[in-house]
Unconditional design. Structure first.
Length: 315
């Protein structure tokens, strides 16, 4: 399992320092949020800065996915405005298309984004039409670069669950590049099925995973062990799904103690991975029963052709 950490949980660190801390702790990737302080997509000399980050990631052996949920990046007065649902979503569309190009230049495994909260004056049908149109423009950019898109269902947004993501993907014509970003905490928060079932439900389209603890009905990203999620079965589901991408810790409100939280998080995930492996390790073969003597005139029975079954443990 490839564990990463979101740079939105290192908001008080320089990006270079954050990457070094995460590599030193043993993470193998980062979920890089394009933001004012971490690879600002609108500051001068973008190409040069992107190239420098790519080299730094390579030097540290870190994979990367691009996250696009920075606050106040496009509007200094409103946290996530404009979204794809606003009257004029141009800045959001262009930002997402730029994020795709940055992702391509970094060699990113995916670019993640979400719908946004429906503005109160916008009718639901109009908001949906805007979302589909905006996503189509981003899909075109992703098609041109080959970078997978991970659309994230987000509690409280127009698309907040897996069912909504499926509806959106169908409305777009099921494009190959339009995958899903699955936040494990969100599954516990609002999905009707158990968390491992959520993973397996979207296995075919899973391109990005965020991991955190959470409680039912409360959208609050929690440190591991302080919510309600049992993590070894979640890691087993990811392995059974054949997922090979990053599993990145998503704790955006923990920057005040980032190194300590990141250290606790990877220790917890490693312990959960060991527990998952132990639970599914090969059990000792049962003792063979003594052979029952056959009647003298009866032919010997043919040997069984059933192969030994071994539990597959994928980390």
């Amino acid at each position: 399992m490839r564990f990463g950490y979101g740079t939105n949980g290192f908001a008080n660190h320089r990006l270079d320092d954050a990457l070094a801390v995460l590599a030193d702790l043993g993470y193998t990737g980062v979920a890089l949020t394009l933001d004012h302080d971490h690879l600002d997509p609108f500051a001068p000399a973008l190409a040069r800065r992107v190239a420098a980050v790519r080299r730094r990631l390579a030097d540290l052996g870190l994979g990367v996915v691009i996250e696009t949920g920075a606050r106040y990046l496009l509007d200094p007065w409103h946290k996530h405005a404009p979204t794809l649902l606003h009257d004029d979503p141009t800045r959001r569309v262009e930002f997402l298309r730029r994020a795709v190009r940055i992702g391509a230049d970094l060699g990113a495994e995916a670019v993640s984004f979400w719908a946004g909260v429906r503005p109160e004056p916008v009718a639901p049908a109009a908001a949906w039409d805007r979302l589909v149109a905006g996503c189509a423009a981003v899909v075109d950019a992703a098609d041109a670069t080959g970078v997978p898109l991970g659309f994230e269902p987000e509690p409280g947004m127009l698309v907040e669950d897996i069912a909504g993501w499926r509806r959106l993907r169908a409305a777009l014509g099921d494009p190959r590049v339009f995958g899903i970003t699955l936040d494990i905490g969100h599954c516990r928060c609002l999905e009707p099925q158990p968390v491992p079932a959520c993973v397996l439900d979207v296995a075919e389209h899973l391109v990005n995973v965020q991991i955190d603890d959470m409680r039912r009905g409360v959208h609050e990203h929690l440190e591991f062990g302080t919510g309600e999620i049992d993590f070894p079965p979640v890691l087993r589901a990811l392995a059974d799904a054949g997922y090979r991408g990053l599993v990145a810790v998503e704790l955006p409100r923990h920057s005040h103690a980032a190194p300590a939280v990141a250290a606790r998080s990877i220790d917890f995930l490693r312990a959960a991975a060991r527990a998952e492996a132990s639970a599914h390790a090969e059990a000792p073969a049962p003792a063979e029963a003594p052979a029952r003597p056959a009647p003298a005139a009866a032919p010997r029975s043919a040997p069984t052709d059933t192969p030994d079954r071994k539990a597959a443990v994928r980390m």
